[in-house]
Design a protein around this ligand. Structure first.
Ligand SMILES: Cc1ncc(COP(=O)(O)O)c(C=O)c1O
Length: 447
């Protein structure tokens, strides 16, 4: 979990950082190291009460350990504790944030754009839908029934009507259903999910873009989880075509704290038209005096934001540039390989059945049983039995009807089917699939 080389690297960097401000007189603050030690020991003890997120046998929720360079750069910056609200609070970290936004945007070919980091995907989506609402006042937001629940909640916060469009069994938005909703003229913005939280499904963006020839609407891509997969080398054709069309949307959310190797507290929102910055315009009696240059607080709804998040992401992108064919892209390929290998192994075995072909690195599978109610009960029991064997999974409830094609012999005697869900977000997962399957089978056989 922890390598002492990390602390050595941090020490060397801190020594260099300490050389800043050589003309300032020295001062000492009094700190009781003995008590700090005691409290830190308490914290370490309390933190035992967690799932082992860092380990490949954690194959459940969407949780990925940060890269050591991100962790260390974040920690290093805490000795300065910059605030990226205004240049008054964080000059170097604001400059880093401004540098990294176009580098993120280059993944889908935007030369010019407006963007910034946010506390996470929810805040980033809130800003995107807020701008959408400013541009289409009173008109609603539509997203698929598999879109993250945040979109309907955000729409309600913004006072905009929200409409859920059916998704097919593959988890992708049904474009015929979307067209019917657009024909009403009430929809101002469509949220296209580029990797759904449940199944990792990518909405059919090219077909949705075609609808823009007939209807007037804005497209916001929620690529919070899936966005980085645009760098992967071997996506299925439909998925590749959707990612290749990403440059044509109006706004994009991508979360470095999901697949971008960052600690939590790092989402981002980017707008194709930098002109939308006008909606953020505000004065501040307290800040913005230190420079006539752009202060990030002038284009962001959050005021204080951790400069540490920008420092960590900048360092990570410097070490692992987000380029097709590079080391970072290879990590995403490894996650895809792991998901496909798990899917294939489960499909070949007799105890579980995948309910979809994974588009990204999420695999959802049912426990084989005669009926959906029994399969749901077994899924919950396998979930607990696997945890006893140090294999940590997640659960998902799907409409039982949506699994009819994948599970033709299972009687659907309940509205929903509980399935097991594994997000294989660590490149190391690729080497652990056999072990994961062995423990899964053992967990099923133990109940
Ligand atoms: C597609 C998608 N959008 C939005 C979110 C919300 O992001 P956050 O948890 O960073 O607020 C998630 C979280 O899993 C997600 O998967």
């Amino acid at each position: 979990m922890y390598d002492s080389k990390e602390i050595d690297a941090l020490k060397r960097a801190l020594e260099k950082l300490s050389k800043a401000n050589p003309t300032l007189p020295v001062f000492e603050s009094s700190v009781d190291w003995e008590r700090i030690d005691t409290v830190l020991g308490q914290v370490a003890g309390r933190m035992h009460d967690n799932y082992p997120y860092h380990h490949p046998l954690y194959a459940g929720q969407m949780l990925k350990p940060p890269h050591p360079v991100a962790r260390l750069a974040y920690a290093l910056s805490l000795w300065v504790n910059p605030n990226n609200h205004a240049l008054d609070g964080g000059r170097a970290s604001s400059a880093m944030e401004k540098e990294l936004i176009p580098r993120i945007a280059s993944m889908w070919g935007w030369d010019e754009c407006l963007g910034h980091l946010t506390g996470g995907g929810t805040m980033a989506n809130l800003e995107a839908l807020w701008v959408a609402g400013q541009l289409h006042p009173g008109r609603g937001i539509a997203g698929s029934s598999q879109a993250h629940y945040t979109h309907s909640r955000i729409s309600s916060v913004l006072g905009l009507p929200y409409q859920a469009i059916d998704a097919g069994p593959d988890g992708r938005m049904d474009t015929a259903g979307l067209e019917a909703a657009l024909a009403s003229g009430d929809i101002g913005t469509v949220v296209v999910t580029m990797g759904s939280t449940g199944l990792g499904a990518v909405d059919p963006l090219p077909a949705i873009l075609e609808l823009r020839q007939r209807y007037d609407f804005r497209i916001h891509a929620d690529a919070a989880y899936g966005g980085y997969f645009t760098l992967a080398s071997d996506l299925h054709d439909d998925t590749r075509n959707a990612f290749d069309a990403l440059g044509a949307v109006d706004s994009i959310v991508i979360d470095p704290h999901k697949h971008g190797l960052q600690p939590y507290g790092c989402g981002s929102v980017l707008f194709r038209d930098p002109g939308v910055g006008r909606f953020y315009k505000h004065g501040s009696p307290y800040t913005y005096f230190s420079s006539t240059e752009l202060h990030l607080g002038e284009i962001s709804l959050e005021c204080s934001r951790p400069g540490a998040a920008a420092v960590a992401l900048w360092a990570t992108m410097e070490l692992l540039p987000p380029k097709p064919g590079g080391e970072f892209a290879a990590m995403l390929d490894a996650c895809l390989d792991a998901a496909r290998a798990l899917h294939d192994a489960l499909a070949k075995g007799s105890l579980f059945s995948p309910v979809h072909v994974p588009e990204l690195d999420i695999v959802v599978y049912a426990v084989n049983a005669a009926s959906s109610s029994t399969a749901s009960d077994l899924a919950r029991r396998v979930f607990a039995a696997a945890a006893d064997k140090d294999l940590h999974l997640a659960l998902i409830d799907l409409p039982a009807e949506s699994c009819a094609d994948a599970l033709p012999d299972m009687a659907r005697d309940s509205k929903t089917l509980s399935c097991l869900r594994s997000t294989l977000m660590k490149p190391e997962h690729a080497d652990w699939v056999d072990e994961i399957v062995a423990r899964l089978n053992a967990a099923r056989q133990s109940i």
